[in-house]
Design a protein around this ligand. Structure first.
Ligand code: TA6
Length: 302
């Protein structure tokens, strides 16, 4: 049964896709979410945007940062978790009037399937972008979230139209850290990046540390990135596939004030490590073509 804005009713979702004690559909953050529970961890995934909002390993703080103002159904993506930026990253390359980061991160997705095993739960969503006025192409986006002792988010694009798509995208992941000023991001040493604040291209020297606004597209990198978080005595590993660019973003103080939804000192407790096809890393999809991108998050010892 379809209800508001094409969102499937919770009762129908539980009947069709629920799994007792493992996968339930309920209301959290003011909107419909899936709660996936395994022996090692649980995750909360909003139907809106197919957005992971929380990933918590037993006995650990949330791996994902979320705005204290997080609320579904506002017409904007929740600030935090893993927003899905598709089918373009950042401002639209030609038409600035179109929404930044594409048009699916605040829209309802359709639950397609769920699965669970002794150590994992999984949910898949679909977005049919064949009839939107915001885009001149036709495609399907399929997003799968797999929860266990790691979190894996996969996004597949299928070009269902008759024109070639130049695809950019991001799994725009907000990682939670105890204190960003004490954190270090490893794995990008010697990689080139575009500094989005100045437009310059520079080469990274050593670990990425943050003591001000950082907005960088690292390109030519298929590397795993590790965020060392001494304040929480842990590290978070971010592996990826289908991506040759990684964005590192922290808005710091002034931009946080302009954004208005970062909370009082949210910037101190987050860093975005985004698995992307962005900057020079553009995927060309011929009609019938597919592209798959994924990010895997794992908590590691310091
Ligand atoms: O991924 C980094 C970035 O492009 C930044 O420039 C900043 O705009 C951020 O995304 C958040 O964008 P949003 O539209 O969610 O406010």
């Amino acid at each position: 049964m379809q209800t508001l804005a094409g969102v499937q009713a919770l009762s129908d979702l539980n009947a069709q896709f629920g799994v007792a004690n493992r996968i339930t559909f309920e209301t959290r953050f003011g909107g419909p979410v899936a709660v996936l529970t395994t022996p090692a961890a649980f995750a909360v995934v909003a139907i809106q945007g197919a957005q992971v909002l929380s990933y918590v390993l037993n006995g650990q703080p949330d791996v994902l940062w979320r705005s204290p103002l997080a609320q579904l159904g506002t017409g904007k993506a929740v600030r935090g978790g893993i927003p899905v930026c598709w089918p373009w990253f950042g401002p639209h390359p030609v038409d600035a009037a179109r929404p930044a980061h594409g048009f699916v991160r605040a829209a309802p997705w359709r639950v397609e399937s769920t699965a669970s095993g002794p150590a994992y739960c999984e949910i898949s969503f679909a977005f049919d972008a064949s009839t939107t006025s915001l885009w001149e192409h036709r495609a399907m986006a399929l997003l799968t979230v797999r929860v266990g002792d790691e979190l894996k988010v996969s996004l597949e694009t299928l070009n269902t139209g008759d024109s070639t798509i130049l695809l950019t995208q991001a799994l725009h992941t907000y990682l939670a850290v105890g204190d960003i000023t004490k954190a270090a991001i490893k794995g990008l040493d010697e990689r080139m990046f575009i500094d989005q604040l100045t437009g310059e291209q520079r080469r990274q020297a050593g670990d990425v540390t943050i003591s001000g606004e950082v907005d960088r597209i690292y390109f030519g990198t298929i590397d795993r990135v590790t965020v060392r978080d001494p304040a929480q005595a842990r590290a978070i590993g971010a592996g990826k596939s289908g991506s040759a660019s990684t964005v590192i973003w922290n808005p710091w103080i002034a931009k946080s004030e302009r954004l208005g939804d970062m909370g009082t000192d949210g910037y101190r407790h987050m860093v975005c490590v985004e698995t992307c096809n962005a900057g020079p890393d553009v995927e060309t999809l011929a009609p019938g073509g597919r592209h798959h991108i994924s990010q895997s998050l794992r908590v590691l010892p310091l």
